[in-house]
Design a protein around this ligand. Structure first.
Ligand code: DAT
Ligand code: MG
Length: 149
């Protein structure tokens, strides 16, 4: 496929970031934005909003049928969230690195989830942020949350 180290950074990427309802409720939206901006990524869209069941069914389609799916949807509907699009070379991978591991207890200190999240004993992990996990997911998710972009 002709992959070489220089190729990965040629194309400017966009990723969908969500500050989930736990992050908004705990007042760490600014802290998440600060980390995204301090890293050097550009925020090109930003909105405080509520999710809908229809939007979440598409956004989390890959998780339908899993035991945490309905708790995840209920959690994402539990309050306002902040949706944003960040832009930069390799931002998809870069934001996943900033966010840290899915399980906030195991997430490394220094990451958003490691520094700001913890286990609350709920059926779904509440881990402060979402970030797209691939170029295909990013394109699909940005289309769902920011169809005008
Ligand atoms: P990520 O958000 O790191 O991409 P994911 O896409 O696998 O993780 O899952 C979506 C969300 O669902 C995740 O942020 C937290 C929750 N979740 C995932 N796996 C879980 C599990 N085994 N138990 C409880 N909640 C889980
Ligand atoms: Mg995911």
């Amino acid at each position: 496929m002709g992959r070489y180290a220089g190729a990965v950074s040629e194309q400017v990427q966009r990723t969908l970031v969500l500050v989930k309802p736990d992050g908004v409720a705990r007042g760490v939206t600014g802290e998440v934005l600060r980390r995204v901006e301090s890293k050097g990524y550009r925020v090109i869209a930003l909105e405080l909003r509520r999710a809908t069941p229809d939007l979440l069914a598409h956004h989390y389609a890959e998780h339908q049928g899993k035991p945490f799916y309905q708790p995840l949807v209920d959690f994402m509907l539990s309050g306002p969230l902040v949706a944003l699009v960040a832009e930069g070379h390799r931002v998809i991978e870069g934001f996943r690195s900033l966010a840290g591991a899915t399980d906030p207890t195991a997430a490394a200190p220094g990451t958003v989830r490691g520094d700001l999240g913890r286990d609350w004993g709920s059926a779904v992990q509440q881990n402060i942020v979402h970030g797209s996990d691939s170029p295909e997911s990013a394109a699909r998710e940005i289309g769902l949350w920011f169809p005008a972009l």
